[in-house]
Design a protein around this ligand. Sequence first.
Ligand SMILES: Nc1ncnc2c1ncn2[C@@H]1O[C@H](COP(=O)(O)OP(=O)(O)OP(=O)(O)O)[C@@H](O)[C@H]1O
Length: 283
Amino acid sequence: MANYQQLSLNHLSFTYQHDRNPVLDDLTVSVPLNRIIGIIGNHHAGKTTLCRVLAGIVPQIISGKLTGDCQIGDQSPVRDWPAYNQQTGFVLQDPHSQLSGLADTVADEIAFDLLNHGVKETDIQQRVTTVAAQLQLTAQLQQSPDSLSGGQLQRLAIATAIVTHPNVLILDDPTSEMDPQGRRDFFNWLKTVTHTTIVIVSNEIDELCETADELWILEKGHLVSHGTPLQVMNHLNPEWQVTTPMVYQLARLMNWPLAIKPTLFPVTLNQLRRCVNVNHSNQ
Ligand SMILES: Nc1ncnc2c1ncn2[C@@H]1O[C@H](COP(=O)(O)OP(=O)(O)OP(=O)(O)O)[C@@H](O)[C@H]1O
């Protein structure tokens, strides 16, 4: 019987039109809803393509052959794309291609989808104000989107995706244009989002390990590992060439394993702090 409380991929494969080989090859995995899932992997591993599948963009908008299924809650893009599409928000790798290009101000850009959905004017204003504050765009609300920095544009793209209150938020490398403080703020904000399943592709492995409940590693279109950041980082295959977080590298160097699971090394600052305390009290 189907479990409607999870995001699941079931033998999911995808081949772009005119290509021979699948870009995603037989992915099967499931996670409970309302978790943060971090996707990592090398260049051309298929990360963006998986985001496109989860966002229902392929094969409906970018053509190709999809086999297997992808299901989020009780919705599947394969079975009912319009219904599925209503519950997802997608932030593209390039924020420029996400924006309507029609809005004179940042406020109008954030409101764009709400207007199209016929949301009441007073609700629109309130939602725009709230989302702008969450993404630190309040001071820019009356500016033209063209005047924004790269990091601000990425935050605007995120604002346009979350203002419709999607159940599922798919973020493809959303911090690539942000400065270090902007990235930290973004990941801290991500932790505060509730009642939403978040799928995020990112190279920021330190922040991902701090934030994600689950990591998936893609390698040449295959899902080669999935689990908690602690499990995944401690069971890497060198052939995948995955970068480990600084915390993990330091703990290995100092030989500070977890006290409760001495075969594993920490991947978050909190885990590291506990290891250091144990090692100091043993000296
Ligand atoms: N629209 C498309 N049509 C045909 N092939 C595509 C298309 N988009 C991506 N590909 C190919 O699919 C493969 C996987 O690309 P994808 O962008 O999904 O990987 P990625 O892991 O996100 O890579 P990167 O880290 O470089 O962004 C690549 O070989 C790429 O050339």
